[in-house]
Write a protein that binds this ligand. Structure first.
Ligand SMILES: NC(=O)C1=CN([C@@H]2O[C@H](COP(=O)(O)OP(=O)(O)OC[C@H]3O[C@@H](n4cnc5c(N)ncnc54)[C@H](OP(=O)(O)O)[C@@H]3O)[C@@H](O)[C@H]2O)C=CC1
Ligand SMILES: CC(C)(CO)C(=O)C(=O)O
Length: 290
C-alpha cells in the first residue's frame, strides 16, 4: 500500500483516485470543494468508494506520491498543497497536457523527484466525484526512478502505465494532437469536421508549426505528423468533442496557452514563425470574449 495524494479530483484525478483506492492504496484527495463519495463508471463496470477529501493544505499529511491533476492554468494553485504533503522522499507526478510539466512546478521539489506524465485516458466529470472513464487508457512516464515509482502504482489497474527513454517526443506528439483541437473550438464543430478539406488544412498548418518548434526543443517527430493528426481526428467518433472545445462551449477557462500558446512562445525563442497558432489563439480568444 502506497500513501498517495491527488490534487484536483476532476476527470483525470477522479479516475486515478478511484482506481488507486480500488487497488488498496491509501489516498488523500485535495479538492477545492468537498464531496464524500466517488463514483467512477469505467469500460468494464463501476467503482464506488468513500473518500478522504481535504479542502485546506493544513489538513494534509505527508505521502509517498503526490499526483497533481489540475488543468495547466491551475498549476500555481496546485503547488500551494505541497507543503503539507511532502516528506524528503515524496515523488510529485504531474498529470497534465502540454510540454511544460516541470516548469509549472520548478522550485517546489527537487527535479529528480518530479515525474511528468503524458496521459491518454478519455474521461469526463459530470459532478464532483462523479466521473465517466471512456477507455482504460495509458500513462507514459520518463524512464527514471520517479517515473518507475509512479508506473508501479498502476500495476493492478487496467490503465497501462509505462516508461520511455524519450518522454519529450511523446509529449510533443500529444501536443500536436492537442494544438489541432483548437480548430474544433473555433468552428464549433466536433471531430468529424476533419473530413472537410479546409478544416483539415488548418489542422495540418497548426501541427506543422508544432513539429518545427518541437524539433528545435529536441523532440523526434515524423514528417507525417500533420497528416497523422488529421487521420486521428477523422477516425474519432464524428460527434466527439475535444476538451478545449468542451471548455469553450461550457464557458470555462481553456488550456489555450498550454496547447497553442506554448508553440508561439517557444517558436519565438528559436526564431521560428508560428502564424497559424497565433491566428488561431486570437480567433478563439475573440470568440470567447463577451
Ligand atoms: N479529461 C481528459 O480526458 C484528459 C485530460 N487531460 C489533461 O489532464 C489535466 C486535467 O484535466 P481534467 O481532469 O480533464 O480537468 P478537470 O477540469 O476535470 O479537473 C481539474 C480538477 O482540478 C481541480 N482544481 C483546480 N484547482 C485546484 C486547487 N487549487 N486545488 C485542488 N483542486 C483544484 C478542479 O476543481 P473544481 O472542481 O473546483 O473545478 C477539478 O476538480 C489537464 O491538463 C488536461 O488537459 C489529458 C488527457 C485526457
Ligand atoms: C481528445 C484529445 C486526445 C485530443 O484532442 C485530448 O487530449 C483532448 O481532448 O484534450
Amino acid at each position: 500500500m502506497t500513501k498517495v495524494a491527488i490534487i484536483g479530483p476532476g476527470a483525470i484525478g477522479g479516475t486515478i483516485a478511484a482506481w488507486l483506492i480500488e487497488t488498496g492504496h491509501d489516498v488523500q484527495i485535495c479538492a477545492r470543494s468537498p464531496f464524500a463519495h466517488l463514483h467512477l463508471s469505467h469500460p468494464n463496470g463501476t467503482i464506488d468508494a468513500a473518500v478522504t477529501v481535504r479542502t485546506r493544505p493544513e489538513e494534509t499529511t505527508p505521502v509517498d506520491i503526490v499526483i497533481s491533476a489540475t488543468k495547466t492554468y491551475d498549476s500555481a494553485a496546485a503547488r500551494q498543497w505541497l507543503t503539507g504533503l511532502l516528506h524528503d522522499k515524496t515523488i510529485l507526478a504531474i498529470f497534465q497536457n502540454g510540454v511544460e510539466h516541470r516548469d509549472h512546478f520548478a522550485g517546489s521539489i527537487a527535479p529528480e523527484r518530479m515525474a511528468p506524465a503524458i496521459v491518454d485516458i478519455p474521461a469526463e466529470r459530470h459532478a464532483a466525484g462523479d466521473i465517466v472513464q471512456r477507455r482504460s487508457g495509458t500513462i507514459t512516464l520518463a524512464d527514471d526512478d520517479a517515473g518507475d515509482a509512479v508506473m508501479r502504482l498502476f500495476e493492478n489497474t487496467p490503465i497501462t502505465a509505462s516508461v520511455v527513454r524519450d518522454l519529450t517526443s511523446v509529449a510533443w506528439r500529444k501536443l500536436a494532437l492537442n494544438c489541432a483541437g483548437i480548430v474544433n473550438a473555433i468552428t464549433g464543430k466536433p471531430a468529424g469536421v476533419a473530413h472537410q478539406s479546409d478544416a483539415a488544412r488548418a489542422k495540418r498548418m497548426l501541427t506543422a508549426e508544432c513539429v518545427s518548434v518541437g524539433r528545435a526543443e529536441g523532440a523526434d517527430l515524423p514528417d507525417t505528423l500533420p497528416d497523422d493528426v488529421v487521420d486521428h481526428y477523422r477516425k474519432a467518433p464524428p460527434d466527439s468533442i475535444n476538451s478545449i472545445h468542451a471548455d469553450f462551449i461550457a464557458g470555462r477557462a481553456m488550456e489555450i496557452d498550454a496547447r497553442n500558446g506554448v508553440i508561439v512562445r517557444l517558436g519565438r525563442k528559436h526564431g521560428i514563425a508560428t502564424p497559424a497558432n497565433e491566428l488561431a489563439i486570437a480567433l478563439l480568444n475573440a470568440a470567447a470574449s463577451r
